[in-house]
Write a protein of this length. Structure first.
Length: 173
């Protein structure tokens, strides 16, 4: 079917695709193409390393785990190591893969690769020049409470923390 690019940018592209439905009807779908991203749940002595930064779509600061774009030619693992260091100053030699999530499959092909580490050495953060980040260390139990209370609303953060709890055997339905 046909694709028409509306915008091509550094981080994403916007296109409109003609999609043929099962009933043979043709409809237009707006699709955001994204090169993929990575998010890292880093725990140091039972404290989760979180970053607070201004997010313009919401006109407020959002508390989330460190995350960022996977650069072209970069593996998600390498991007995870880089983003963790840049945003929090935490270095590690071991990231454990928690899986991938599709943040909004109705309109974007973005895949977020989730990682976990509890082996960090804290040094000085080195954020990108357009990033104004505050690092916060929050006890793991407090992070769970903040999710429950709606104080942490970032999807990748919530998913990474809950997946970690499931893997560690501490979350049951």
């Amino acid at each position: 079917m046909k694709s028409n690019y509306i915008y091509k940018g550094r981080v994403l592209n916007l296109k409109i695709d003609d999609i043929k439905l099962p009933n043979k009807k043709i409809v237009k779908h707006e699709i955001v193409e994204h090169q993929g991203s990575v998010a890292i749940l880093a725990i140091d002595n039972d404290e989760v390393l979180l970053v607070k930064q201004y997010r313009s779509p919401f006109k407020s600061e959002v508390l989330e785990i460190p995350a960022g774009i996977i650069e072209f030619g970069e593996k998600s693992y390498e991007a995870g190591l880089r983003e963790l260091q840049e945003e929090t100053g935490a270095y590690t030699n071991k990231l454990v893969y928690l899986g991938e999530v599709y943040p909004s499959p109705g309109y974007t092909d973005e895949i977020v690769h989730l990682y976990f580490t509890d082996q960090v050495e804290i040094k000085k953060p080195n954020p990108d020049e357009d990033e104004f980040i505050k690092v916060e260390r929050v006890k793991f139990s407090k992070v769970l409470q903040m999710i429950e209370e709606g104080k942490i609303v970032d999807a990748k953060t919530i998913i990474a923390i809950l997946k970690y709890k499931l893997i560690k055997g501490g979350l049951r339905w």
